[in-house]
Ligand binder design. Sequence first.
Ligand SMILES: [Zn+2]
Length: 200
Amino acid sequence: MMKKMFLICLITYLFLLSGDVTKAVYAQNPVDRQVFAQAQRVSGDRFTISTKTFKGARIYAVKQPSVAVLNEIDKGLTDLFAVARKNGYRAKLNYSDYVVFIARPDRLKDGEGRYSPDLAIPTNQYAGSIYDKGGYMYVAGMVLGYNPGAFIICEHQDNLARVSEVVRFEGEHILLYHNDRRRYNQTADHSQGGRHPILQ
Ligand SMILES: [Zn+2]
């Protein structure tokens, strides 16, 4: 009986503790609350790590990301801003305009055996398309919100260049949303065509 009580208390305690961690992470930036909840829903992960890249993008992660990964995120945004300026876009060109969630991958390799840490998400509008794997599909990244601009990617141990590529690609949707709504609408849904890179 005592043992059972202890176990229940322990579970409650752990629950409260993890709740506090989440609260502490929120408190760093209340504007991230909504996308934070969305990131947890999409991935099923708990983002207990909160940090920033050197250039100021906000990062929430399951595990502390390496300096190399943080630099790849900055590089992806740098590439994005460069091509955005070339297209005459002016909004959302600050690193601090972006929030990146780094989730645990649901797979490590794609169908051809290449290293490809991806998230499994419900198919929705992609149902029946080539992306559909039976109710779900694998994605390298996904936009979570536009104010602040937020998206989710997966942890990478290898092929870190893929991180900057995914950041640049997900960032394109957010950037277009704020700078060119017509082009955003044309390219937001990849089942209707429109592939990355959108901006040349
Ligand atoms: Zn996309």
